[in-house]
Ligand binder design. Structure first.
Ligand code: NAD
Length: 492
């Protein structure tokens, strides 16, 4: 674990302007915004606030890269640069994980042992992809040779939320670069720091100016300007369903390609024939990992009635052990909620859960550490009716809604009783039942006897109000970040 002096040194040297054309640049307006450490509620840094002019500048830089040095690089060289960036991220993993924890409030072990390794793996995976992209020759009628080319889209805008700031950025930036695009990355205003450092590390790795620009700022200014920009070919967005709708509407004006990874209210379904201990552990980490600020959080726990009481007893015991504390301390399991606003939102939902008559099994209170910070206890509501607000709306906090069910069909109906369709968990020893359930659930990702597994090679994304398009995965990256050109050659 990094010690306090080390942390301070890292923050002292921090640059917080925009990263454009491989240089630190003040915002055109000179405006900044504050990023707060949620563990203390205190100012962490003042960061340049990008507006329309800054986005114009970043997009122009990216455009220059596409038609210039970056676009001219051969695929092997592109691959080497991405792999070199992965190495640099790995070398700076302590520093980046510390920044992430200070900015987001998540436990340091999550940043360092889970997020950062995934970021490195993601850059490595897509570094490996860069020189394996090719078209096809297609047997067509007549004396013609027909072949396809997989070409980059041009400038891709990547907009990411605050819950996995660097990780979700890597899910977009790495494949977009691998496919030969230049990127303008807009991190969330709550957590801009690691994205800025990523830009700087990319330059150190040898990326030419403009290949990766980073514009910190607010969604309705920097984000919207990126979405509306005529020279941006595609927007890869992760965030809330509400914002996703705005992004899609605004992108329609310039007919951009859009992919949307949005919210969720994912079911974690526990059948009576499951290994109960594993299911309880999986349900607990499924909702409380990352403070529940996880798009795929298993926030609706559906439990077969015959094991309902035993399950609740086990989950309550585990939830009580989720120690709330300073995110930099190794014993901490629940860090700080990302912001005051989010804290109030989570506490509001807990109140609604009580008011609507759900049974509060454990948690439910706001906490402080050393008299400050935005913390919430691991909270479990039992006897939740599927129609209740806490079973329908995404809370994005450490709040579980446990709902009993009677049989397989009832489980399917309840699992799908949501506008969302991001992820789902299934716990059973019956292989046939597991696969039937995996088929019946409307979700982009299903985990059987497991939860929250991710790999750069496996596509991730949702359906219904959870959006469309996939992050990760070789084929999804090709579909998302390249376009196919068909070339006909007359042979006679
Ligand atoms: P948000 O939608 O408020 O913000 C996400 C990003 O969009 C931020 O960078 C924000 O500045 C930007 N933004 C806001 N308004 C914009 C606009 N008008 N135009 C362009 N950009 C705009 O979401 P949030 O509160 O930061 O993140 C939480 C949400 O993200 C949750 O709903 C969660 O489920 C979702 N999420 C989804 C996934 C997934 O892969 N499906 C992953 C993580 C988080």
């Amino acid at each position: 674990m990094a010690d306090t002096d080390q942390n301070q040194r890292e923050l002292d040297g921090l640059r917080t302007q925009q990263w454009i054309h491989n240089e630190w640049v003040e915002s055109a307006s000179g405006e900044t915004f504050d990023t707060i450490n949620p563990a203390t509620g205190q100012l962490l840094a003042r960061v340049a606030s990008a507006g329309g002019q800054d986005v114009d500048r970043a997009v122009a830089s990216a455009r220059e890269a596409v038609v210039g040095e970056w676009g001219a690089l051969d695929a092997h060289r592109r691959s080497h640069l991405i792999l070199r960036l992965a190495d640099l991220i790995e070398e700076h993993a302590d520093e980046l994980a510390t920044l992430e924890t200070h900015d987001n409030g998540k436990p340091f072990f999550e940043s360092r042992k889970v997020d950062l390794p995934m970021v490195v793996d993601t850059f490595r995976y897509f570094g490996g992809m860069a020189d394996k992209i090719h078209g096809e020759t297609i047997p067509v009628s007549g004396p013609f040779l027909n072949y396809t080319r997989r070409e980059p889209l041009g400038v891709v805008g990547c907009i990411v939320p605050w819950n996995f700031p660097l990780n979700l950025a890597s899910w977009k930036v790495a494949p977009a670069l691998a496919c030969g695009n230049a990127v303008v990355l807009k991190p969330a205003e709550q957590t801009p720091l690691t994205a800025l450092r990523l830009g700087e590390l990319a330059a150190e790795a040898g990326f030419p100016p403009g290949a990766l620009n980073v514009v910190p700022g607010f969604g309705d200014r920097a984000g919207s300007a990126l979405v509306r920009h005529p020279d941006v070919a595609a927007i890869s967005f992760t965030g809330s369903t509400e914002t996703g709708r705005i992004v899609m509407r605004e992108a329609a004006e310039t007919l951009k390609e859009v992919s949307l990874e949005l919210g969720g209210k994912s079911p974690n379904v526990v059948f009576a024939d499951a290994d109960l201990g594993s299911a309880i552990r999986g349900a607990n980490s499924g909702i409380f990992y990352g403070k529940g600020e996880v798009c795929a959080a298993g926030s609706r726990i559906l439990v077969e009635r015959s094991i309902y009481d035993d399950f609740l007893e086990g989950l309550e015991g585990r939830a009580r052990k989720m120690s709330v504390g300073n995110p930099m301390e190794s014993g901490t399991r629940l860090g700080a909620i990302v912001s005051q606003t989010q804290l109030e939102r989570v506490m509001g939902y807990i109140q609604v859960g009580r008011d609507e008559g759900a049974r509060l099994l454990t948690g439910g209170e706001r906490r402080e550490v050393d008299g400050r910070g935005y913390y919430v206890e691991a909270t479990v509501f039992a006897d939740v009716e599927p129609e209740m607000t806490i079973a329908q709306e995404e809370i994005f906090g450490p709040v579980a809604a446990v709902i009993p069910f009677d049989d397989f069909d009832d489980a399917v109906a309840r699992a799908n009783q949501t506008i969302y369709g991001l992820a789902a968990g299934i716990w059973t020893r019956d292989v046939g039942k597991a696969h039937r359930m995996a088929e019946a659930i409307d979700a982009g990702v299903v985990w059987i006897n497991s939860y929250n597994r991710y790999d750069p090679a496996s596509p991730f994304g949702g359906t219904k109000a959870s959006g469309f398009g996939r992050d990760l995965g070789f084929q999804s990256a090709l579909d998302k970040y390249t376009r196919t050109k068909s070339v006909w050659v007359a042979l006679d």
